[in-house]
Design a protein around this ligand. Sequence first.
Ligand code: BES
Ligand code: MN
Ligand code: ZN
Length: 499
Amino acid sequence: MDIDVVSSPIHETAADAILIFLYQNSPFNEALNTLDAALGGLLREVTEAGDLTGKSSDLLVLYPRGVIPAQRIIAVGLGEAEEITPDTIRRAAAQGIKKARDMKARTVTALLPDHPDVNTAAEALTEGTLLALYSYHGQKSKEKAQDLPEKLTLFVTSEQDIMAAQQGVKAGEAVAAGVKITRDLVNLPPNICTPAHMAQVAEEVAQEAGLKIEVLKKKQIEALGMGALLGVAQGSDDPPRFIILEHNADKAEALDTIVLVGKGVTFDTGGYSIKTTDGMVGMKADMAGGGAVIGAMRVIAALDVPLHVVGLIPAVDNMISGHAFRPQDVLKASNGITIEIISTDAEGRLILADALVFAARYKPAAVVDIATLTGACMVALGTAAGGLFSTDDTLRDALMQAAERTHEKIWPLPMFAEYDKLIESNTADIKNTGGRYGGASIAAVFLKHFVDYPAWAHIDMAGMAGIEGVSGSENPYVPAKGATGYGARLLADFVRHWK
Ligand code: BES
Ligand code: MN
Ligand code: ZN
């Protein structure tokens, strides 16, 4: 979709639909007053009748019947002006554009809602619009994609606002393009989205966005001594990949480095600790953390964030065969730590272990990993938030703020010393599971053994990826079924705001 910014009276345009946004209990602003005057007081009339309230998620379609050239007006409520956040605008834009799409509008104009920061408002409106129009058709051989609005023209009140709005639109487009990459990867079936396929998509993203990329194959992974990752991978005929994306690689010396690590299990059968039939459906999304990192890196490159940012995606397939690893095998990670396998289904922490060790070579100011790691985290927080674990309060706060801005929620969970006791092994340095209770925290303290830098955070996003059988999102710019794209916006926003 093509998005422009102009400053002229919106009632003069011949769009298929005009989108307007209204605050509850607030007088119309100048732009709305001008539109209302052109409509002979229609807006005021429906407001006074109580049919147009401006309440959040209220939506009303009005027909000007030739009084102005536009075919219809879609009015969406924003709620109270004092409570406005970027997410309110994202949601309202999503609702409005979906209505326009369903009414087969091709050209849409929108009045930018009043907001103290034009740039932020334009970015939120663009994001909400583009994220809402995402659809995935998979391998359906007959169904045709729904026609979408082709053009959105954003109206701002004054000439001076055009530049700021254009910048916001550009940022919103970059963010939506990153999220689309994440959603597409997560939605793909596991026979298509193999580790090699993830690497190929990462190559395409790197080409397009100007990122440096290196993809390590099995031989190179062996040379690095990544025995934990290789143990998981060895049961599959699809060999592993270790994907390294880098933004500002040439300025690594001068800039602070942030490393993002994403779990890329392209399918998780559980291995010999096999999942149930129902437990296994949905496990194509077990690479959602890796997908989020690839999407975030696309955004970070497009917005040319002035930091050295590295994305690491260990990509493996957790399968069963005569070559597969077993419970009671002992694996040796690349930092020399030996791990007794209790459950082959606790595979995510194994591949992350080697990736977290690898991250140290960049001398990072901060490392953040994101993973669909434990059902326990889902039990704790449901589908409302990911779990957040951090060794550093500044990093934790920065991530919490990014979550607030993006509405990709996270919530702090502990890494008490008590959990460490639970992964003591009789035969190796540690074991990969620690009993029934506190599973999300146990996984986090396991990962901590592979962290050798001051600021590390771990995000357990098991409930957030949009896994089948786990309840879907009610958010109008997040698909109700299938991949949410969770994590890409959160990570990109965090990096954009890093001091
Ligand atoms: N990928 C799963 C976690 C998961 C489960 C994500 C459901 C999303 C939805 C992970 O690899 C796993 O199997 N974890 C085990 C760990 C256990 C064996 C300690 C779990 O949570 O049951
Ligand atoms: Mn598993
Ligand atoms: Zn898994």
